[in-house]
Design a protein around this ligand. Structure first.
Ligand code: DC
Length: 231
């Protein structure tokens, strides 16, 4: 049996972390887990219940509500996609909308929410053979991960990618709103008290501003192969 490792991919919003993580997992035959989707699900529940107003979350209600949230990921054959479920409801599309993106950072600053999500994330990585992307995977969730990649790209490129993603789904958004959302999330992600976005000391930086998708996959596969070989 080949040795299985944990690969942690952290970085700023809209750097293409999930694109790389998914393709890397596919090539290695590993599971891919999108930790951001978990914070997005909690945000969706908070929005549906009016537990967040003007981006200020009602912490007590959200924390109490965590008991009724069961998150799972399944591969849906029809769409051929890894899909996020909230209590058996397919919420994949809803959690990617701009209103969720606009409110997710304040939700992800809540200590109790993070504690619950980290518990779930660690459970999913118990068997190793996993690629997980997020903000604190290499620093908090799996500090023992054998390979840590910290991704970044220029702000203009990130905004364009996110804009194109919305457009490809037929969602009409203003570029200014996309830029504002990315700036805001970067600021909150880096400056929050609980598990802020940081590059782990032993992470390798990947600035993919000028990489093609194939190029970045090849780069990451090489790092993974080297890591496994040197264990
Ligand atoms: O990766 P994403 O953009 O879908 O993540 C959504 C938000 O969730 C992001 O703005 C910050 C938060 N997040 C986090 O705090 N910790 C993680 N491990 C993943 C995401």
């Amino acid at each position: 049996m080949p040795v299985k490792i944990i690969i942690a991919i952290d970085g700023f919003s809209s750097c293409g972390k999930s694109t790389l993580a998914k393709s890397l997992a596919r090539e290695l035959g590993y599971a891919y887990i999108d930790s951001g989707a978990m914070y997005r699900v909690v945000t969706l529940v908070a929005l549906r219940n009016n537990w967040i107003k003007n981006k200020i979350p009602d912490k007590a209600k959200i924390i109490a509500g965590l008991n009724n949230i069961s998150i799972s990921f399944k591969f849906v054959k029809e769409t051929e996609k890894n899909t996020t479920f909230l209590n058996n409801e397919n919420v994949e599309e809803q959690i990617r909308k701009l209103d969720v993106s606009n409110n997710v950072s304040p939700i992800s600053t809540i200590k109790e929410v993070r504690k619950e999500m980290v518990k779930f994330q660690r459970q999913m990585g118990k068997e190793k053979g996993i690629v997980m992307d997020g903000r604190d995977i290499g620093t908090v969730v799996f500090p023992q991960a054998e390979l840590k990649i910290f991704m970044t790209a220029s702000p203009e490129i990130r905004a364009q990618r996110r804009y194109d993603e919305f457009a490809s789904k037929g969602q009409i958004v203003e570029m200014d709103d996309v830029v504002k959302n990315i700036d805001e999330r970067d600021y909150i992600d880096q400056n929050r008290k609980e598990s802020p976005l940081r590059q782990a000391e032993d992470a390798i930086v990947l600035d993919n501003s000028n990489f093609t998708l194939d190029g970045q996959l090849e780069w990451a596969l090489q790092k993974a192969t080297e890591t496994i070989k040197n264990l």
